[in-house]
Write a protein that binds this ligand. Structure first.
Ligand code: NAP
Ligand code: F7E
Length: 333
């Protein structure tokens, strides 16, 4: 039997790399887009360990370059497409709002239009985000599929455009497109300018005497943090359903950035307040204060069941950085 073909845009991202591993284990032939970088070693760092697998193929493409997307779709005609590529950093989206809108918003439309022309029967996953809700919270303290969306960042606005245009393409052209409205998800592969991995890496370095201080922004924001490995499984489940639909993915528990610091530093026998300073440059012009998601729909309809807790996810990240520095011959005291 032929292997199923899948295309992952942004395969070298945190989620793209875990999704590629997950799909290779299921014997998919995995195609991924990478963005050209002048330092070619950094183009595929998160998937380097998969490169020798004969079922993995990389192609240069960019969401802002529709011709590159058409070329790849013509070549592969994928059974499933996971659109994970984005400028995904919320604070940076305030520095580069137009670039973010072009990639994270219009980029999705470029891809959908290319798919409509070249491969309209492909099933599509669109990486939507809890950032789309802005500061709307239902009366019970949760956000869910029906919560209104009034985003508070250029990134959130771009994602709402992608969410709406993908629903419009589904309804107008009968395409199979599902939105995963994913709450924050982390791992040792998370970019170190996102708050979880920034804190864990710095705490380990402070323990090793490699740095003194950690500079952060708003410690009082709360987030619903899950593990990326659990969330890529949810993406796949959405495309195995008989009909397309939109689903929230979350743990249902939220913690403040302060609580996160407290936990990570205490796991290393440190007291966080002795090491943290606030630097205004990490504050956002408008902040999304609180996120806590209700994932009942995906649990009930698709049987999604996350395995990690907040603590086990952070413990894995702490272990990763301890091992990383041990391999560099820095002795852990
Ligand atoms: P990530 O680590 O930032 O990965 C994004 C990927 O997109 C990277 O491989 C990046 O390439 C690529 N990319 C950036 N601009 C591109 C462009 N113009 N054309 C083609 N590729 C481009 O993000 P992630 O955490 O894996 O998240 C995956 C998706 O889920 C994103 O769309 C994100 O917005 C969304 N999301 C994430 C979360 C979360 O908590 N992680 C929650 C909700 C939604 P380089 O590696 O070369 O930079
Ligand atoms: O910030 C606060 C910051 O950058 C989390 C992306 O994956 O999830 C992510 O977006 C919180 C915010 O993630 C620092 O103000 C304090 O309240 O880790 P983050 P995010 O903005 O929630 C959503 C769901 C996505 O879709 C996005 O793609 O932490 N915070 N001090 C800080 N944040 C950062 N980055 N750096 C700090 O120094």
């Amino acid at each position: 039997m032929m292997n199923k073909n899948v295309l992952i845009t942004g395969i070298n991202g945190q989620d793209g790399s875990y999704l590629a591993e997950f799909l290779l284990e299921k014997d998919y032939e995995v195609w991924g887009t990478v963005k050209r970088n002048s330092v070619s070693e950094t183009q595929s760092t998160r998937i380097e360990h998969l490169r020798s697998n004969k079922l993995i193929n990389l192609e240069y493409a960019d969401l802002t370059d529709m011709a590159s997307l058409i070329r790849i779709l013509n070549k592969i005609k994928p059974d499933e497409i996971y659109n994970l590529a984005a400028q995904s950093h919320v604070r940076i989206s305030f520095d580069q709002p137009i670039y973010t809108a072009n990639v994270t918003g219009i980029g999705t439309l470029n891809l959908l239009e290319a798919i409509r022309m070249v491969s309209p029967t492909s099933k599509i996953y669109q990486a939507s985000s809890s950032e789309m809700f802005g500061n709307n919270i239902d009366n019970d303290g949760f956000q869910r599929e029906t919560t209104p969306m009034t985003p508070v960042s250029p990134y959130g606005c771009a994602k709402v455009f992608s969410y709406n245009i993908s629903r419009n393409y589904k309804n107008s052209y009968g395409m199979f497109i599902s939105n995963g409205i994913l709450f924050n998800h982390e791992s040792p592969r998370r970019g170190t300018n996102f708050v979880t991995n920034k804190i864990v890496k710095a705490a380990v370095r402070i323990k090793l005497g490699l740095q003194d201080k950690l500079y952060l922004g708003n410690l009082d924001a709360t987030r619903d943090w899950g593990h990326a490995k659990d969330y890529v499984e949810a993406m796949w489940l959405m495309l195995q359903a008989d009909t397309p639909d939109d689903y929230v993915c979350a743990t249902g528990k939220s913690h403040s950035v302060r609580e996160l610091c407290e936990y990570v530093f205490s796991q290393l026998d440190l007291f966080y307040l002795e090491h943290i300073e606030i630097n205004k440059k990490h504050l956002r012009p408008e902040e999304l204060r609180d996120l806590k998601g209700d994932a009942s729909k995906i649990k009930k309809e698709l049987g999604w069941c996350p395995k990690y807790t907040f603590e086990s996810m952070l413990d894995e990240m702490i272990e990763y950085w301890k091992t990383y520095y041990k391999q560099k011959d820095i002795i852990y005291v």
